[in-house]
Design a binder for this molecule. Structure first.
Ligand code: SF4
Ligand code: SF4
Length: 114
């Protein structure tokens, strides 16, 4: 997956590549994709629920970050505690699939209606 090293908040975030509609049929890509074949665009605004992280219940195990299919989960620095990091969600990428909430062993993620 093409990542975006310039994104200071979430360097694991897939790079969003603009795609201009070509004028000639032969110039069309089959679909916009990264070299790995992963779609590199924000979610398509069809999310019905979004995950909310309970930072007190979260044990920072990293399972949700590992399993999110859209690389929407990342660690961010906690302003009040030096070198501490907590899970955060990039809602521009999250499609609301609920995998993170389902897989969290500590019930630290709840899905809430938009
Ligand atoms: S899976 Fe749950 S406990 Fe583990 S980092 Fe994610 S929210 Fe925290
Ligand atoms: S709901 Fe799905 S897309 Fe959104 S953060 Fe959780 S696993 Fe990732």
């Amino acid at each position: 997956m093409a990542t975006d090293p310039n994104n200071k908040r979430n360097p694991n975030r897939p790079q969003i590549v603009s795609w201009n509609i070509p004028s000639k049929l032969e110039d069309y890509l089959p679909y916009p994709h990264a070299p790995s074949g992963v779609l590199i665009e924000g979610h398509a605004n069809w999310r019905l629920e979004k995950p909310i992280v309970d930072c007190v219940a979260c044990k920072n195990c990293g399972t949700c970050e590992l399993l999110c299919p859209d690389a929407a989960i990342f660690y961010e620095e906690v302003a009040s505690a030096k070198s501490a990091k907590s899970i955060a969600i990039d809602y521009e990428l999250c499609k609301g699939c609920g995998i993170c909430a389902f897989e969290c062993k500590f019930n630290a993620i709840k899905m809430e209606k938009e």
